[in-house]
Design a protein around this ligand. Sequence first.
Ligand code: NAD
Length: 374
Amino acid sequence: MIIGVFKEQDNENRVAILPEHVVQLKKMGVSVLIEEGAGSQSFATDTQYVEAGAELTKANTILSRATVILSVSVPRKEVLSGISDKHILIGTLNPVFNKEYIEILERSKASVFSLDFVPRTTRAQSMDVLSSMATIAGYKAVIEAASLLPRFFPMFMSAAGTIKPAKVLILGAGVAGLQAIAIARKLGAVVEVFDVRSAVKEEVKSLGGKFIEVEGAREDASAGGYAVEQTEEFIQKQRQLIHDHASNADVVICTAQVFGRKAPLLLTKATVEAMRPGSIVIDLAASTGGNCELTQNNRSIWHGQVLIIGKSNYPSEMPFDASKMYGNNLLNFLKLMISKEGQFQVPYDDDIIKSTCLIKEGQIVNERYLQLIK
Ligand code: NAD
């Protein structure tokens, strides 16, 4: 079995696997072809890949020799157009928001696994790339806010007087939100949190955050750890309460999402205008429309004296550890498909394989995807 890894798109610093993953794949009896320079933005050199046992080559050679292609996100144009029915692509393709690329892959008749659809179950935890990347985003969001805020995060008692701790408001306490709470607390901020799932209340409290409850949220235990859409009436009520708390906050970190849907709008223009001068909004949901009405995807803007940051790829700003975590998740996923003898065989009846298989031999087979794009 031959696995191929390409350099990602120009604006992506991560790479699907690092040299340490090549070593593990070789032990599993798998050959690895790496495109020249694929790991350079993640600080993994060509020499390190070769020393780990990979073969360094050009994109065209990989396309003609490899069967399995590993990617971080949608492959770059020239790779995408070379994918054919002999290939199996495994990556995080964000299919609901990348329908045009999914159509190209469908026409190529390749088989495609999208790791966005790894279920949030105990067995699949070690393959959950979205959780790994959200952990990084939650961490980076707080670090960035702390470095840009014109105030301290912790309380300070000094000869020059007492400085109050910063107030951080976190919208959404899923993977990114919980990480953001933990880091903001470690830096000494006072943290308040909104979420619609009551299950996270105790976790928020145990991390030192104050959970603010809005009554009447819709919950669905069968949604696999994800939230469900709320009624407009509930969102209105929630927006008002968020307005009251945001106007006293120094930083708002937005992480609220309903999987596969446009992000819920929680922070209105009027709320931003009520915030203190010098405050910062970091909207992690920027790529799906943002939780803040004013967010612009992949841009930082000032609205009056409030800075709104809409970066949608923090993991790419921490490429070494992001690639390490991503590669570990990928490897755990690949283990489902590789026999002890290094033979490739896809167990299509396995629940994780079923959940992640988007296209099988040119046919879209993923029920969840089909539901979400309806
Ligand atoms: P998650 O599903 O684990 O968490 C989202 C949380 O939002 C859930 O706890 C959910 O209950 C909550 N939520 C939903 N509706 C809400 C509402 N109306 N009010 C309050 N809370 C609500 O998601 P995650 O993996 O933590 O990702 C969070 C966001 O971060 C997503 O939008 C994701 O795309 C984004 N993300 C951004 C980056 C980046 O670099 N910007 C990287 C990774 C993930």
